[in-house]
Write a protein that binds this ligand. Sequence first.
Ligand code: PMV
Length: 328
Amino acid sequence: MTRSSAPGKVYLFGEHAVVYGEPAVPCAIERRAHVEVERRDDDKLRVHSEDLTLDGFTVEYGGRSDSRPDVDVSESLLAAATGYVDGAIDQVREVTGERSVGFDVTIESEIPLGGGLGSSAAVTVAAIDAATRELGVTLETDELAERAFRTEYEVQGGQASRADTFCVATGGAVRVEGEDCRSIEAPDLPLVIGFDGGAGETGSLVAGVGALRERYDFAADTVEAIGDIVRTGESVLETGDLEELGQLMDVNHGLLSALGVSSRSLDAMVWAARDAGAYGAKLTGAGGGGCIVALDPTEATETALKFTPGCEEAFRAELADEGVKRLE
Ligand code: PMV
C-alpha cells in the first residue's frame, strides 16, 4: 500500500486568462487530498471515497471509463470521482509500461470538490504519485506535474492550463505562462477563504469566456488586462505590499466578473470581505460558484464571512510550502 497527498491551491491572480497564454499566479494551501493505492491481482479499478459525498461511496469497474458502475450518486460526482482517477491510472500505466495493472484507490480530501481550490488537480497528482510508487517508480516533480496536466487536459476536453497541476505538485507560489512553469518567492500571505457550498462547471465556464473573447474585442482586451494585473502583481509580491496586492485582487475580480464567471454568492462573499476591511478579495478558480480568497491578517473577514448569507464555510488557509507528500 502506498500513500501520497497533495495540497489545494488558490489563484492570487490570472485564472481564465492563463488558458489564453497570459501568466497566472496560483499558490498552494494546506488543505490536502490524500490518496492511498494498493495494487490488485486483476486489471480492475476500485475507487473508494469517504469525503466526496456525505455518505461516501465505493465503485468498482473494469479498467475502462466507459464501463460505468451502477451506483447511487449523481453523474457529475461520479465523473469527478472516477474520471480523474481513471485518467491518472492511464498515465501510470503508460509511464510504467504496466498496461493491465489494477488498483484499489482510496481518496480522503479536505478540499471542497469543484470549488476552485484545485481538488481535481490534488487528487490527480496524489493518485499518479502513489500508484507509480506502488509499482516501484518515483517520478520527478516536473514529470508528475506534466502527467497530471495531461490527465486534466483529457478529462476537461482539452481546456486546461498547467497552473493547477504544477502548483499542487510543486507547492508554494508558482508562475505559469503557457508551458513555462516556475516557483516564485511569496511573503506569508494572510489568506482567508469563503466557500458557498457549490461548484461551477470548469469546462462550460472556460468555454463561455472563450466564446465572449471570440465575439468581442473588448472581451479579448479584458483577458489581456488580466495578464497585465498578473505581471504587476508579481512585482508587488516581491515587495510584500499587502495593500497593493489586495487592490489588484479587487480589480482582477472585477474583470472576471465582466467575463461572466462570478455569481451572486461569490460577489456577496467578496463584498463581505471588503466591508470587513480585507485588503482585497476575488473569486478563485473557474468561478460560477465555489470559493473566494481574501487578504486579511485580522479575524474580521473570517467572522464576517461566517455571517454572510450564501457562505457555507469560512477558514484561514496557510500557504503549503510542500507540494506532493510521499507518506509510505
Ligand atoms: O476551478 P479550478 O480550480 O479547476 O481552476 C480553473 C482555472 C482555469 O483557469 C479557469 C482553467 C485552467 O485550466 O487554468
